[in-house]
Design a protein around this ligand. Structure first.
Ligand SMILES: [Zn+2]
Length: 382
């Protein structure tokens, strides 16, 4: 097994410049804050500002935590395939020059996570449930939009916990970076995005998939499978746990496809099943770890869980994790899930709290433009 740490690098002209010559003044997000009607803070503290370079660093750090939690499937072939689909989509997105990185997490739980700066994670369990390349494109398209629309960046800008001193920068303060990474990980993995962000990712994600040549109902195909998988659950869990009610969501997407006249047709089931051969594990059979205590079992996990509960109780006073306030849907459901989860042990969401692999190393995939061209041609994508 190779353990080198490189990332999928699709080399577009200008990629190096885009990544490294970004001015660190970080003023560009000020405009977004104003647009969202966020009041400017007085002198000593200000909202978090972030240059593109800092966004990349943040994403790399958050991805490392996600990979450490779930492990990475050390399979070059499956990573190459997912990277080809993801890159085909990303190059059609509004941020084609990000160093997009697609990572397959080593867990049976069904999930996908987007971290800032172009890091898209999908679990082995999700790939096992997906039936075609169009469905994969639907899921990856949704995650890509979370990145291009900077949903995470905007969420943490509203978080009181990560206000920064006037002289502080994200790249210049390890303590601030650590605080932000923790808040972002919590936002992405534990809480999820709010309803507005999820709807936007659905709408722009299926549009992106369609533009890339994939049948736009791929996302719905996957969601129907997910709905069937969770039909006995008493609460929403796992992937898209913070999403609107599933049927409402499916109807909404179907209407969008019609009203926007999205008519691409590629589904590519055969190519998908040739490249992905994982078998789904039923929710009730997924090995889990206690929430907040990944990798621990038995008494240790119980002790950790207790510690985590105590810590949670203190947090509002310290104002460290304020994201739930601006994420009413995700936050509320999380709370509910803690008292009513039924798939595994009490308080455990098998999709999210699934046991992961032990190897966090990124599997390197090197793609050049000709690879992508050949991949699209083979699949009949424009
Ligand atoms: Zn989402």
């Amino acid at each position: 097994m190779k353990h080198s740490v490189v990332v999928v690098a699709f080399l577009l002209s200008g990629f190096i410049e885009a990544r490294f010559s970004v001015p660190v003044g970080a003023e560009q997000l000020g405009g977004i804050s104003k647009g969202l009607g966020i009041a400017k803070k007085a002198n000593d503290v200000r909202e978090l500002r972030m240059s593109d370079a800092e966004e990349q660093q943040l994403g790399a750090n958050v991805s490392e935590r996600i990979r450490t939690r779930y492990g990475v499937v050390q399979d070059a072939n499956v990573h190459r395939y997912v990277a080809l689909v993801g890159t085909a989509l990303a190059t059609n997105s509004t941020r084609p020059t990000l160093p997009w990185t697609f990572i397959v997490l080593d867990t049976d739980g069904v999930n996908a996570f987007a971290a800032p700066g172009g890091y898209v994670h999908i679990t082995r369990g999700a790939l096992a449930l997906i039936k075609s390349e169009a469905e994969l494109a639907g899921v990856l398209g949704h995650e890509i939009i979370h990145v291009t629309e900077k949903h995470t960046v905007r969420a943490i800008q509203k978080n009181q916990a990560v206000q920064m001193g006037a002289a502080e920068t994200l790249s210049g303060s390890a303590a601030l970076m650590d605080r932000v990474v923790t808040a972002v990980y919590d936002n992405i993995v534990e809480r999820g995005f709010g309803r507005a962000e999820e709807n936007e990712s659905d709408e722009l994600g299926i549009t992106l998939a369609n533009k890339t040549g994939y049948a736009p109902n791929g996302l719905n195909g996957f969601l129907v499978t997910l709905k069937e998988r969770n039909k006995d659950a008493t609460e929403k869990r796992g992937l898209f746990a913070s999403h609107p009610e599933m049927q409402e969501r499916l109807d909404r997407i179907t209407k969008l496809i019609a009203s926007k006249k999205l008519a691409a047709t590629a589904t590519l089931e055969a190519r998908y099943t040739r490249n992905v051969t994982y078998k789904p594990v039923p929710v009730t059979a997924i090995a889990t770890v206690e929430a907040g205590a990944a990798g621990l079992t038995g008494a240790d996990a119980k002790a950790e869980e207790k510690k985590a509960e105590e810590k949670k109780a203190e947090e509002p006073k310290k104002g460290r994790f304020g994201l739930s306030k601006m994420l009413p849907t995700g936050g509320g459901e999380k709370k509910q899930a803690q008292v009513t989860a039924s798939g595994g042990a009490r308080g455990v969401d098998p999709e999210k709290d699934s046991k992961g692999g032990s190897n966090p190393k990124v599997v390197p995939v090197k793609l050049v433009a000709a690879d992508l061209t050949a991949f699209k041609k083979e699949g009949g994508l424009p």
